[in-house]
Design a protein around this ligand. Structure first.
Ligand code: ADP
Ligand code: MG
Length: 254
């Protein structure tokens, strides 16, 4: 007879999540992703003999946990992800410390599909956000003036995805959706609202994923270029992620 401790009858299953996965393109979802990104505990390695001693219920839970571990693989460092991470981290941090009103350097991450652009950029941004929040929790008074009677959301990082077949207005809507902010009437109003949200939420990094979905059509070519220019004037480190950015025409006219 083995002397295993008795199993609790209804122990929770800590490695499964209930409900939808966090939507990183919304402030709340991004915060959930930031808080929970490293919480998954991989299954413990055990010997066959140890496995044999388990009760059928323990065995099935162990099997499930193993499957969950394979599904939730940890992020690995690759030479490419290391270069991107180092550059992105230093650029974000340097820009966040700039005091003067000069234009901030941005960053473009270009590469093929499924090469880890999104994950690498999101992880690096959350790491920056962790550090930035830690710093300012120690000096809350210098962060910004709280407005009585309102809920102040500090969002050091904003992440949005370009919608498929996006127009400049559609991209602006995606930025405003992150904050749950109201849309503007036209492109100029949209950019103005985006600028106000960025300021009000003390955002220092704006990540726009899949920017190359913003196709250059003849009719709103000029709008797109205006939008890119408007985004570059925002007071944030702009991180643009896309497939084949140089050929997309988004960089025309400097
Ligand atoms: N450094 C990494 N280590 C482990 N898995 C990774 C890494 N980078 C990306 N992945 C995985 O590869 C897949 C594609 O990554 P993603 O960032 O969506 O690619 P892209 O945005 O370039 O199309 C995702 O399932 C992601 O979890
Ligand atoms: Mg991607």
């Amino acid at each position: 007879m083995s002397t295993l401790p008795p199993e609790p009858p209804n122990a929770p299953v800590p490695f499964l999540r209930f409900g939808p996965r966090p939507d990183r393109t919304r402030y709340e979802g991004w915060q959930e992703f930031r808080r929970t990104r490293d919480l998954f505990v991989p299954v413990r390695k055990i010997s066959l003999a140890e496995y044999g001693l388990m009760s059928p219920r323990k065995k099935s839970l162990h099997d499930l946990h193993r499957a969950a571990t394979h599904v939730n693989m940890q992020m690995l460092d690759t030479p490419m992800s290391e270069v991107v991470t180092t550059l992105m981290r230093s650029r974000i941090q340097n820009n966040a410390m700039r005091i003067g009103p000069s234009t901030l350097d941005g960053l473009m991450i270009n590469g093929g599909g499924y090469q880890g652009k999104t994950e690498t950029a999101c992880r690096t941004a959350t790491e920056f956000e962790d550090t930035w929040r830690d710093l300012f929790e120690q000096y809350p008074e210098c962060y910004f003036d709280p407005m009585p009677g309102t809920r102040d959301l500090i969002a050091p990082v904003a992440y949005c995805q370009t919608p498929v077949k996006a127009t400049p207005i559609g991209l602006c809507e995606a930025i405003l959706d992150y904050y749950g902010a109201p849309y503007g009437k036209n492109l100029r109003g949209m950019i103005r609202n985006a600028r106000e949200s960025i300021k009000a939420h003390a955002t220092t990094v704006l990540i726009i994923d899949d920017i190359t979905r913003l196709k250059m059509h003849r009719e709103d070519d000029q709008d797109t270029l205006d939008l890119i220019r408007g985004l570059m004037d925002l007071d944030v480190t702009l991180v643009l992620i896309g497939v084949n950015i140089p050929r997309s025409g988004l960089l025309r006219e400097g």
